[in-house]
Design a protein around this ligand. Sequence first.
Ligand code: GLU
Length: 449
Amino acid sequence: MADIIDWIRNRDPEQREFHQAVQEVLETVQPVLDRNPEFRRKAILQRITEPERVILFRVPWMDDQGQVHVNRGFRVEMNSALGPYKGGLRFHPSVNLSILKFLAFEQVFKNALTTLNMGGGKGGSDFDPKGKSEDEVMRFCQAFMSELSRHIGPDTDVPAGDIGVGAREIGYLFGMYKKLRNEFTGVLTGKGLSWGGSLMRPEATGYGCVYFASEMLATRNETIEGKTCLVSGSGNVAQFTVEKIIELGGKVVTLSDSSGFIYDEEGFDTKKLEFIKRLKNIRRGRIKEYIEKYSQATYNEADSTLDHNPLWSLKADCAFPAATENEINGKDALNLINNGVTLVSEGANMPSTPEAVDIYLDNRILYGPGKAANAGGVAVSGLEMAQNSMRLKWPREEVDSRLREIMKGIHRTCLDAAEEYGKPGNYVAGANIAGFVQVVHAMLDQGLV
Ligand code: GLU
């Protein structure tokens, strides 16, 4: 195993996030490899960690002042053993090949867990939508799609949103794809409701993450009701995580953005959440503005000189990291445990560092890793693809009940796989093993391609 990890490291020494994601999966699937020596003979690890295709392209666009800018566009098509490549697009200045390869790699296993026919991919750009005008965002999306359109399609590769790509960007991307290809197809998910989108897709990641948490709590005869919860982020995933927790009788006391976090000891209610949604989705303001309206709350400016994030040292029962990768380090994880947190359900992708994960596991708290806990988003994307293929739309209740069933199924699958391989209650091992086994069998069935 160490030899393969070294081989991957030496090939692309600078891709730290990718190495982190690969190492976590490969270490936990060791018992599967021990039971199946043919996996080694067929070089499964080398094949599964190498993207089937990486597309890297120039995105030139013009700002409102007539100035030309050049960003980088990417699409990592990681694995198509189970279906067309599927996964979001991220627009954020931090985007590079390492981040997108880690996200695409995680996506492969996450999508397998949903049981829907989706391979794994991820893409995006180092473009920063923050502070850009509506017209600039549209021109950028059009420029991005003018190249990406050659590589995607409803049966080939179906992108969606991720950080920095929401309903607005999906609309502009879809419009340009349709114009260039002269086809109205389900080439993207997260579309507007009137032009092919699925009901419940905006809610799906956040709701799914809370459904997964409820399933974990049920194994200890507990529920979300009455629990104090920390949520990070304030985008799509965080907003709908809060919405579902409120509905189930829990109390959420924090939200954040890249500038800092707010703490409202009374907890958010639906009215406060509506204010936050408007602030973030329509006015595109900063979370700090919340305290101007709700003066009992406090604002804590992000401080990069600290070795921990004070958001994770507040007293609480549950934590839902829904911002970004590596937002909880070892010190934060210890703070969570010391302040009473007994459940972490990840709305973001890989928000916990390996040190943090070890601390959760050592303390035997309920820990739902992102590739299981946040799979609800891509699961409903899969349902959007199904509806598009049938050219019909399911009612909200139908999509929600399918989402619940899928999250329940993922939870069960994780527990069963963990049990089978001698790691009872370990959702990390369970998710990695169950996803891995499914993808590998499909790869073996399909031969050396
Ligand atoms: N970006 C989301 C994820 O990390 C959703 C992907 C999709 O819907 O295709 O799973």
